[in-house]
Ligand binder design. Structure first.
Ligand code: ATP
Ligand code: MG
Length: 431
């Protein structure tokens, strides 16, 4: 039988990769809580219509990236490609935004059938926040400050914040018309994708990377000129709030974002350190999404960041994250190993990480195992130790001599020895 491998673009996360994931996830959780955001967990599978109607059927995601299948009940279901649509659905369904506002965060796997490459996978993870119910620019500033604090706490530098305003549906409609007119006159110079988008989603042509198309766009009308006064003021107010917080940003009039539900403020943090993939975090306002989904007219804003890209940056930029050490490795060569087990459990009560050797074997081999696992101490109880009521405490990280400790003092002595190593900064320990 042929070995079955994982699905292309869907990765295993192996034990030696987990430490950095845990650290990043802990920071994301802590920062969310510090701003008063609450966690929401929605299912990984939703009805297909949720995504086609929310994200828009002319978008990359809906056109070609969704994992859609018909289940045994003849229902079309889709693995979630992002989480804003699900979050909004859940809020409407459970009345979470009925006459109130809410700050939420989520984290988990998303699925898009893209061409796998560095920083782009078919199963990937996103962390995101959503603030529902606030129309003003103050919350826009807060959302961006949450992102900035995450970079700060993770020690990530060199991200560039780009922002833009997409205007309301009305101003965008006027702009769309002007842009379509402008581009139709220059249709022959457009590439095939852009020509197709001319009638379906002309704004998306703005972020076309084709140099020829970019050249034409230089003289294209800009959305800002079509925005109404209050929309201009919203954007200006956000800009000055960022300046007051000391956050540098770049206005990019070509930043349009790939999902249909955006309106007003949009933003992205980009980097040149991840090869072809530049976006680490992206988001914006979606003031009409909730009403379009059948909820009461409620404004919303949020962002999502790709954890694989974020973690790659963390690994490029900060020191290696230590895995939790094994503090003690228990070796018992007698036929009364319950005493050793009891010591191990007491050490665990004290918050220590302890492995009990399983499977027997020679002392030498058991010690080799302890060493391979990077244990700090080995606790050995052989026949001689058992007869004199002691346990041998053997440091494995340096050449310190071993000592024989009475059974009832072993736990205290272990803790004392470990404290010594912590002070010497030889190991890190939680709590
Ligand atoms: P891109 O332009 O890179 O395709 P996007 O606009 O499709 O990004 P969003 O839908 O805004 O991305 O998702 C937010 C973030 O999620 C991205 O900035 C990126 O960090 C991450 N992301 C999106 N798609 C993938 C993927 N296939 N693999 C890994 N990370 C991804
Ligand atoms: Mg994409």
């Amino acid at each position: 039988m042929k070995n079955i491998q994982s699905v292309r673009g869907m990765n295993d996360l192996l034990p030696d990769q987990i430490a950095v994931w845990h650290r990043v996830e802990a920071v994301l959780r802590a920062v969310s809580e510090r701003y008063g955001y609450q966690e929401i967990r929605t299912p990984m599978v939703e009805k297909t219509a949720l995504f086609t109607q929310s994200i828009g059927d002319q978008t990359d995601i809906v056109e070609k990236e969704m994992y859609t299948f018909v289940d045994a009940g003849e229902e079309s279901l889709t693995l979630r490609p992002e989480s804003t649509a699900s979050t909004v659905r859940a809020c409407i369904q459970h009345g979470l935004i009925h006459n109130r506002q809410i700050r939420l965060w989520y984290m988990g796997p998303m699925f898009r059938r893209e061409r796998p490459q560095r920083g782009r996978y078919r199963q990937f993870h996103q962390f995101g926040i959503e603030a529902l119910g606030w129309p003003g620019p103050d919350i826009d500033g807060e959302i961006i400050r949450v992102g900035e604090r995450i970079w700060k706490e993770l020690g990530i530098q060199g991200l560039v914040l780009e922002i833009n305003a997409l205007g309301s549906e009305r101003s965008r409609a006027a702009y769309r018309q002007a842009l379509t007119g402008f581009l139709t006159e220059r249709k022959d110079y457009l590439d095939e994708v852009s020509r197709r988008r001319l009638h379906t989603n002309p704004l998306r042509i703005l972020d076309n990377k084709n140099p020829g198309v970019q050249e034409i766009l230089k003289d294209a009308p800009v959305l800002q000129d079509f925005m109404e006064t209050d929309e201009q003021e919203h954007f200006e107010s956000l800009c000055s709030s960022l300046e007051q917080s000391g956050i540098s940003y770049r206005i990019n009039p070509r930043l349009v974002r790939g999902l249909d539900y955006y309106s007003g403020t949009v933003f992205e943090w980009i980097t040149d350190q991840l090869g072809a993939q530049s976006a680490v975090c992206a988001g914006g306002r979606y003031d009409k999404l909730i009403a379009n989904r059948g909820g009461k007219d409620t404004p919303g804003i949020g962002f999502a960041m790709g954890l694989e890209r974020l973690i790659e940056l963390v690994m490029l930029q900060s020191e290696k994250v230590e895995t939790q050490p094994i503090h003690a490795y228990m070796i018992d060569l007698t036929d009364r190993s319950d005493i050793t087990t009891r010591i191990a459990e007491t050490l665990r009560d004290r918050g220590l990480n302890v492995i009990e050797h399983c499977g027997g074997g020679k002392l030498k081999n058991q010690l080799r195992k302890a060493d391979q696992l990077g244990a700090v101490l080995a606790l050995i109880r052989g026949q001689d130790e058992a007869e004199s009521g002691v346990v041998q405490l053997k440091p494995l990280r340096d050449n310190k001599p071993h000592s024989n400790v009475p059974v009832e003092e072993v736990v205290g002595q272990c803790v004392k020895t470990l404290m010594y190593y912590i002070e010497q900064e030889k190991i890190h320990i939680k709590n």
